[in-house]
Design a protein around this ligand. Structure first.
Ligand SMILES: [Ca+2]
Ligand SMILES: [Ca+2]
Ligand SMILES: [Ca+2]
Ligand SMILES: [Ca+2]
Length: 411
C-alpha cells in the first residue's frame, strides 16, 4: 500500500519554487541561513511544534528523531494508533503533518553513504517499508516496500549493522511475538533475510547491542517470562526471569575505558519483587553473573529510553511518568573518569517537567527521545505533551561552545 497525505495544497514562497505541501503547515521565512553541523549549536529552545489539525492522538507510541528533510535540522516522527506524525524543522518552514498509515513499529534508518537525509523504517499490515520525505518533489511521500510480507505487523523495529559490513540492517519481533526477524542490507538498496531466531512466547521488545567484547552484535529480548540476550547464532548469552508484565528495556552505550571500547549494557525497567506498582531499574551487562545494580524508583513509568545527555560518552536514562507530563533523567555515573562507579545505583532522579505541573494530565504512553540534534554533543530531550497537544525539544543545560570548524567549512 502506498499511503498518501491527508491534504495537500500548492504553496508559493518568496524566492522558492511551487511546492505541494500539507495545509496543516505553519510557515515562516528564515531569519538565518541553514545551520551546518560544525557551526553554532541550533537553538532547540525554539523547537516546538503543534499537533496537526484533525489528527488523533490516541495510542501514542515511539518517537524517532533524525534529519528526515535533509537540511541538518532535527525532525521528529511520532507513532500513534492511527497514523505517523512528522514534526519538521526545515530551514525555511515549520510544520507538522500526518502520514495516514497504521504502523506497528518505527525506527530511524540513518543516512547511508551518499544519502542526503535519514529515512523512517516502519512496519504495518503489509510488511516493512522505508519512507522518504522529499520536500523537492510535488508528492513528497516516497514509501518503498522492502518485499517481505511476513514482516506484517512486526513490532519493536531496530536498525543496526548486524553483520558488521558497514551497511545498516533491520531487525524486529514477529507479530505473534515468537520470532526475531532480521534483514541484511546488500548496500545497494536490497535486503536479504537472515535465519529467524526463536524468542519463546510473547516477545515484546528486541534491539541489537554490542554486548560481548570482540564478538558480533547480540540482541536483547524481553518476552512475557524472560529477559535474555541472544547471540547472532541463536545461542542465549544471558537469561533472567521477568517478574511482571510491565517490563521495558533500553540500550545503554558506555564510554571507552583507557581508550578501549566497552560493551553496551541494558537498562531494564521492571516490577519490583512483590509487584504493587513499584518499579525498579536493573542494569544487565555481560560481565555480571547476576544482577549487579538495582535501584527502586517509586514512580509509575510508561517508558524508558536512553541517550548521552551530559556528553560524557556514557548513555543516561530517561523515564516518562505515565500520568504526569514529567521525564525523570538518571545520569550514568560510569564514564572515562569514573571507571568503576555503579552506573545508575544511587544516582538521583532529575525531573524535567514539560507540561502543567499542577495537572495530572492524560495518560502519556509515548516513548520520548534522548539524542543530540543540535550538534553540541549532548543528547537533547524530545517529548510529546498530549495536554496541549504539541511536540517539543528541551535542553536543560546551556549549550557547550561549538567545536572548531573543519578546514574548508566556515563558522
Ligand atoms: Ca530536518
Ligand atoms: Ca550490515
Ligand atoms: Ca552521559
Ligand atoms: Ca544537544
Amino acid at each position: 500500500m502506498v499511503a498518501t497525505p491527508t491534504r495537500l495544497v500548492p504553496l508559493l514562497l518568496a524566492g522558492l519554487p511551487v511546492l505541494a505541501l500539507p495545509c496543516t503547515a505553519q510557515f515562516h521565512l528564515p531569519s538565518a541561513p541553514p545551520q551546518l553541523p560544525f557551526g553554532p549549536p541550533i537553538d532547540l529552545a525554539a523547537w516546538e511544534r503543534t499537533w496537526p489539525e484533525g489528527s488523533a492522538m490516541e495510542g501514542l507510541g515511539r518517537g524517532v528523531v533524525g534529519d528526515f528533510t535533509g537540511d541538518l535540522t532535527p525532525d521528529l516522527w511520532q507513532q500513534t494508533a492511527r497514523a505517523l506524525v512528522l514534526f519538521m524543522d526545515h530551514s525555511y518552514m515549520d510544520y507538522s503533518v500526518e502520514f495516514p498509515v497504521q504502523a506497528t513499529a518505527i525506527a530511524c534508518y540513518t543516512k547511508q553513504a551518499g544519502g542526503s537525509r535519514d529515512r523512517l523504517a516502519y512496519t504495518d499490515d503489509s510488511g516493512v517499508h522505508l519512507l522518504d520525505f522529499r520536500v523537492d518533489l510535488p508528492d513528497p511521500w516516497v514509501s518503498s516496500s522492502l518485499g517481505f510480507p511476513h514482516w506484517k505487523q512486526a513490532r519493536s523495529l531496530d536498525c543496526w549493522d548486524l553483520d558488521q559490513d558497514g551497511d545498516l540492517d533491520l531487525l524486529a519481533v514477529s507479530a505473534d511475538g515468537l520470532k526475531l526477524y532480521r534483514l541484511l542490507s546488500d548496500g545497494q538498496g536490497a535486503f536479504v533475510q537472515a535465519p529467524n531466531i526463536l524468542l519463546g512466547i510473547g516477545a515484546t521488545q528486541a534491539f541489537a547491542l554490542d554486548y560481548l567484547p570482540g564478538q558480533p552484535p547480540c540482541v536483547a529480548v524481553l518476552n512475557q517470562s524472560w529477559f535474555f540476550v541472544v547471540r547472532s547464532d541463536g545461542v542465549r548469552a544471558k537469561v533472567l526471569a521477568n517478574p511482571g508484565p510491565n517490563s521495558r528495556i533500553a540500550r545503554v552505550r558506555q564510554a571507552p575505558a583507557y581508550g578501549v571500547p566497552q560493551p553496551d549494557c541494558v537498562a531494564w525497567l521492571r516490577d519490583a519483587a512483590g509487584g504493587g506498582g513499584v518499579q525498579e531499574l536493573v542494569v544487565v551487562d555481560a560481565l555480571s553473573a547476576s544482577l549487579p545494580e538495582l535501584q527502586f524508583l517509586g514512580l509509575d513509568a510508561a517508558a524508558i529510553f536512553s541517550g548521552d545527555h551530559d556528553g560524557d560518552g556514557s548513555d543516561d536514562v530517561g523515564l516518562l511518568s505515565r500520568h504526569e507530563q514529567v521525564v525523570h533523567l538518571i545520569r550514568n555515573q560510569r564514564d572515562q573518569d569514573h571507571l568503576t562507579e555503579p552506573r545508575f545505583a544511587g544516582a538521583a532522579l532529575e525531573p524535567v517537567v514539560f507540561g502543567d505541573a499542577g495537572l495530572a494530565g492524560v495518560e502519556n504512553t509515548s516513548v520520548p527521545v534522548l539524542q543530540d540534534a543540535n550538534f553540541d554533543l549532548r543528547a537533547d530531550l524530545f517529548v510529546v505533551d498530549p495536554n496541549v497537544p504539541r511536540a517539543l525539544a528541551i535542553t536543560t543545560e546551556p549549550p557547550l561552545s561549538p567545536p572548531p570548524p573543519p578546514p574548508g567549512i566556515g563558522a
